[in-house]
Design a protein around this ligand. Structure first.
Ligand code: XMP
Length: 315
């Protein structure tokens, strides 16, 4: 049986003895990186520098939220806006694995540059077990290369520290609760961000569309949960499909994108069941998306696939 307090005590001791100089943590503001930052900060204090990279593929208001979290945790932090670099690197790229690898490698290059400037030797990552298992670790098939595993360049100069490497999400949440971190119940958000919620090329325009749609799905589902209409899903978001279809707005023809609503229940992300969203909630989501994104989206569909055979994210 996993005991969060024992894990915190043992891991903090080990980190304090293993990390000799300064360390940099890739801080996304999700449960994994926040727990990881809190543990390493406990172990080495201000020798830890938290770096948040705004890739341009963040959720609505996410970067402000992350800044506030780093301040609340009293972390020594740097905020890097690399959105234009990411948009250029992903220009014309449609293959999901290529997208993931480019994003993963870019993260490391940004961190390496910062590490040289700040004389840092260690890179801390909040990698958890499903990340490396699904990235083909331990002789398994590669389902998808998680950005913090498959994208790591072979010539990386930083020493890697991954305190949560063998844990599952529910265990990480237990540690978050033990450390009284209010991020503990936050839904997961993948490192590659909205780029893997846009099927095909992740252009700035498509990113704007899926960001708005994701925000509507999140807001309306949370509102429905508050009203007691449904159970809070483990994860819930929107996906943009590059398929354009014909629709009509008023008496105008619209040739727009399709948005898929994805909401799932899971314990450890290794398997999931799709969530039951009541029709009245689906109705509101669909209307809000097509009204807010009038000339861009004219069709909304609901994904009713479990994992397996699907995965949580579409790429
Ligand atoms: P999949 O799509 O593999 O997702 O069923 C399982 C869980 O992992 C998240 N996910 C990622 N998290 N980096 C991350 O930090 C990634 O590259 C990545 N890909 C998927 C996904 O959101 C879900 O919670």
């Amino acid at each position: 049986m996993f005991n969060a307090d024992t894990f915190i005590e043992q891991t903090t001791k080990k980190l304090a003895s293993d990390i000799r100089g300064k360390a940099l943590i890739a801080f996304s503001g999700g449960v994994d990186s926040t727990v990881c930052a809190a543990l390493v900060h406990k172990a080495i204090g201000n020798r830890l520098i938290a770096v948040h990279v705004d890739t341009g593929y963040m959720r609505k208001n996410e970067s402000n939220h992350v800044k506030k979290m780093m301040e609340d945790l009293r972390l020594n932090f740097l905020f890097i806006d690399a959105s234009n670099e990411y948009y250029s690197a992903l220009k014309g790229i449609e293959d999901p694995e290529k997208k993931r690898k480019i994003i993963g490698e870019k993260f490391i290059r940004v961190f390496e540059k910062t590490a040289i400037e700040e004389h840092i030797d260690y890179l801390v990552q909040g990698t958890i077990a499903p990340d490396w298992i699904e990235s083909g670790g331990e002789l398994r098939d590669t389902i998808k290369s998680h950005h913090n595993v498959g994208g790591l360049p072979k010539d990386m100069k930083l020493k890697l520290v991954e305190p949560l490497h063998d844990l599952y999400k529910d265990e990480v949440r237990k540690i978050a609760r033990a450390l009284k971190l209010n991020v503990s119940e936050r839904q997961p958000f993948p490192g590659p961000g909205l780029a893997i919620r846009i099927i095909g090329e992740a252009t700035p325009e498509r990113t704007m569309i899926v960001r708005e749609a994701c925000n509507i799905v999140e807001t309306e589902i949370e509102c429905a949960v508050q009203k007691g209409l449904m159970e809070l899903p483990w994860q819930y978001f929107a996906v943009l499909l590059p398929v354009k279809t014909v629709g009509v707005h008023g008496d105008q023809r619209v040739y727009g994108y399709t948005i898929a609503i994805r909401a799932v229940q899971s314990v450890d992300a290794m398997t999931c069941n799709y969530s039951y969203i009541p029709h009245e909630v689906l109705d509101v989501i669909s209307t809000k998306i097509t009204n807010t994104l009038k000339e861009k989206v004219n069709r909304v569909v609901y994904d009713i696939t479990n994992k397996p055979p699907g995965t949580v994210e579409w790429e």
